[in-house]
Design a binder for this molecule. Structure first.
Ligand code: ATP
Length: 348
């Protein structure tokens, strides 16, 4: 059973089509990331789920019931925004209790539920502080607490970690994963950070140009991206794209060197997508000149310039190559990605 269904959802503001026909079924209990570049429409999608925007066309269903006309307060959804939007004059405890107070939950029960949430998020010692006396990460936890305390069916999170520094972000990522595991509620998370999406989600919807490019598990979108947009957006360093050429018998060559046998007509010129971890230096292979060398401790990223383009290799940390050096590389034939040179869709 899906917790949320989007059926042919479109949204336009004036003449501008922002969401252009989205169909998605979010399984109950999923952690779904809506992942895409700035302006692709992900926040608009989330706001439609929350009831803060109305679709121009299509249906939004929660637990099977159409909610297009249901106001935000009646959807049993909690939303956490990028800006935490805490009430500055209230204490942490009052901020967390606020949604309960608004719903007329009696004082005794309120206190119990606030204490339970505070314990879960390790906010106990901070309950009497005001938001300005808290760090960014603590404020973020209070905002989460305020969403959690209502025990809604669905959580919507709009880039809630983007104001935090790198250390705190990775800490909060782990906390959110843990939280999702513990409470098992459906969460929809908007981010443009593919690492966040890869590490936290059970499912990812990659969005570009107002449409879902691919929906799947993190492994599915990483291993079998359906087009060049998804392939280039997921993974660090980004997948390299170089020009391939198909010869007699399906021989696929890269800069004149045979790299695989493919099921394609001679003369075809697919784009070959290569992930850095699939590249190795070898005695025999594609000739290339070493460009930028980036040692990052346990591994070294090396840019290899060949006649068909630039390929990045993820090599062991002790690899001794110098910029300008001539080398040869190979790439695992079974792990090459082939894309149409014009439309960009996956060919194999
Ligand atoms: P970001 O990561 O930058 O927040 P996003 O993918 O969340 O981007 P949206 O906020 O959904 O993108 O916006 C998508 C497009 O819709 C943008 O071009 C934006 O300018 C436009 N847009 C959003 N809300 C409105 C509005 N109320 N009126 C007019 N245009 C809007």
């Amino acid at each position: 059973m899906s917790a949320i269904d989007l059926v042919g959802v479109r949204k336009q503001f004036g003449e501008t089509q922002v969401v252009r026909g989205v169909d998605l079924a979010v399984p109950s209990g999923a952690f779904l990331s809506l992942l895409g570049p700035s302006g692709c429409g992900k926040t608009t999608l989330l706001r439609m789920l929350a009831g803060l925007e109305t679709p121009s066309e299509g249906e939004i269903r929660i637990d099977g019931a159409v909610v297009n006309a249901v106001p935000p307060g009646a959807r049993d959804i909690a939303m956490v925004f990028q800006s935490y939007a805490l009430y500055p004059q209230m204490t942490v405890a009052q901020n967390i209790a606020y949604p309960l107070r608004k719903r007329g939950v009696p004082k005794g029960e309120r206190a119990g539920r606030v204490a339970a949430v505070a314990e879960m998020l390790q906010l106990g010692p901070l309950l009497e502080r005001k938001p300005r006396q808290l760090s960014g990460g603590q404020q973020q936890r209070v905002a989460l607490g305020r969403a959690l305390v209502r025990e809604p069916r669905i959580f919507l999170l709009d880039e809630p970690l983007s104001n935090l520094d790198a250390t705190l972000r990775s800490h909060m990522r782990a906390e959110l994963i843990e939280l999702h595991r513990r409470i098992g509620r459906t969460m929809v998370y908007v981010t443009h950070d593919q690492l966040e999406a890869m590490t936290m989600s059970t499912h990812i919807a990659v969005i570009d140009g107002g449409v879902v490019q691919q929906f799947g598990t993190p492994q599915q979108v990483y291993r079998r991206p359906v087009n060049r947009m998804v392939a280039g957006f997921i993974g660090t360093p980004a997948m390299a794209f170089v020009e391939g050429r198909v010869g007699e018998g399906g021989a696929l060559t890269l800069a004149g060197t045979r790299v695989a046998t493919v099921d394609a007509a001679p003369g075809a010129t697919p784009v070959i997508g290569i992930r850095a971890e699939d590249v190795r230096l070898a005695e025999i292979g594609v000739p290339a000149r070493v460009g930028l060398v980036e040692p990052i401790g346990h591994e070294t990223l090396v840019r290899l310039h060949c006649d068909a383009g630039i390929v990045t290799a993820r090599l062991p940390g002790d690899t001794a190559v110098q910029p300008g050096e001539q080398v040869h590389f190979t790439a695992d034939a079974g792990r090459l990605h082939l894309f149409d040179p014009i439309g960009g869709e996956r060919l194999t």
